[in-house]
Design a protein around this ligand. Structure first.
Ligand code: PLP
Length: 365
């Protein structure tokens, strides 16, 4: 265990972020979104730590759900894209999965299968994201077919927002009104309460009208704000992933000398360069530009030169007392992954989700 690059996952922070989500919408139930290995944080460990406080989990596919079942998780699991193939339906049902139905094809497959016990369906309506979901015009007929099927127990009506991080944007307001409009006839005709689900993290935090029976927070559980700018409630989130490494070499570089591949950074003064054992092979983005902040002994220093596979170089000329073996934080509690992402042309979601296996993961709670 010699390579110093590692991620430390703070499960207590994830629990606290989840409590924050729940306190914002105390009348809603929570479907914790743990797809893509809990956005790179470790789905099994995250699920176990959240299981006592949430009603349900969601992942993107059956494979992700089965990993949770194999590891003893017993709460219901929603498959966000439903089944990709008719052969998955029975396995999903046998494993207490609930299914999104987002297309006519999935509807037909569901109606063509015979289950031992009926399952819960989340009918996804395309109100303006235009990625998945049935059109608002089809909702009545699809709902009626589902409701008449012996395969179907409960039906939740859901939609997903394209731009809820735009706090006063018209697009979200339009999606909300399209959703309300197309579900109203169903609510009017139903002889029982129809459950609804709209909010992802951004909507939950910024659009109070979207807090329905079920909220679907994802990124906020991991302590990252879904918003580009500062928003008060989001400032209470605690980043759960600390990405750390160490300084493994130090050198003095004369004025005019360049550092790293492609010679893209040049010393404008006699400089001290710290080399850190982390690179794009560890999930640090290669697109991070010179100037991207790195925290060494809790002090900020700028990236100098290109990110290589195993190493980065940082200009520590202005830092006091940097030594080989010093701890480096690439992102985490004192340096947001969103800030690093903004230097790399991406978003915090992507940085935390695509961490490679080479980086060892350590859990604290
Ligand atoms: C990923 C996802 C979420 C969670 O989104 P965040 O922005 O991470 O909160 C919610 N709903 C659906 C359908 C999703 O695909």
């Amino acid at each position: 265990m010699s390579r110093p690059s590692k991620i430390i996952i703070d499960l207590a922070a994830i629990q606290a972020n989840c409590r924050l989500a729940q306190s914002i919408a105390p009348r809603s139930k929570t479907v914790a979104v743990i797809k893509a290995d809990a956005y790179g944080h470790g789905a099994v460990e995250v699920a176990k730590s959240l299981e006592p406080q949430v009603e349900m989990f969601t992942v993107s596919c059956l494979e992700e759900a089965l990993v949770l079942r194999e590891n003893g998780l017993s709460k219901p699991i929603l498959l966000l894209e439903g089944c990709f193939d008719i052969s998955e339906l029975k396995i999903a049902a046998d494993n207490q999965c609930e299914l999104v139905v987002h297309s006519r094809l999935q509807l037909e497959q569901l109606l063509d299968t015979t289950f031992v016990t009926a399952i819960n369906i989340w009918l996804k309506i395309d109100t303006g994201m235009h990625r998945l979901g049935i059109s608002p015009q089809e909702v009545g007929s699809v709902y009626a077919k589902l409701a008449a099927s012996k395969n179907v127990k409960n039906i939740v009506l859901m939609t997903h927002f394209a731009h809820a991080d735009h706090v006063h944007g018209e697009h979200t307001a339009m999606q909300i009104s399209r959703f309300e409009e197309c579900i109203q006839p169903i609510i009017d005709n139903a002889n029982q309460k129809v459950e609804l689900s709209m909010a992802n993290s951004a909507a939950l935090l910024a659009w109070h009208q979207t807090r329905m029976d079920w909220n679907r927070p994802g990124i906020m559980l991991y302590g990252l704000s879904p918003f580009a700018g500062p928003i008060e409630v989001a400032s209470k989130l605690i980043p759960a992933m600390n990405f750390e490494s160490q300084v493994i070499a130090l050198r003095e570089v004369s004025t005019g000398e360049s550092v790293g591949y492609g010679c893209t950074w040049e010393a404008k003064r006699p400089s001290v360069i710290a080399t850190i054992a982390v690179g794009y092979g560890d999930g640090y983005p290669r697109t991070a530009k010179s100037g991207t902040p790195v925290l060494i002994n809790k002090q900020r220093a700028p990236l100098a030169g290109r990110v290589s596979m195993d190493l980065i170089t940082v200009d520590v000329t202005d830092l006091a007392n940097v030594q080989i073996g010093d701890n480096v934080l690439l992102w985490g509690k004192e340096l947001s992954a969103n800030e690093v992402a903004s230097w790399a042309g991406t978003i915090g979601y992507e940085l935390v989700t695509r961490m490679p296996r080479r980086v060892t993961r350590h859990f604290v709670s």
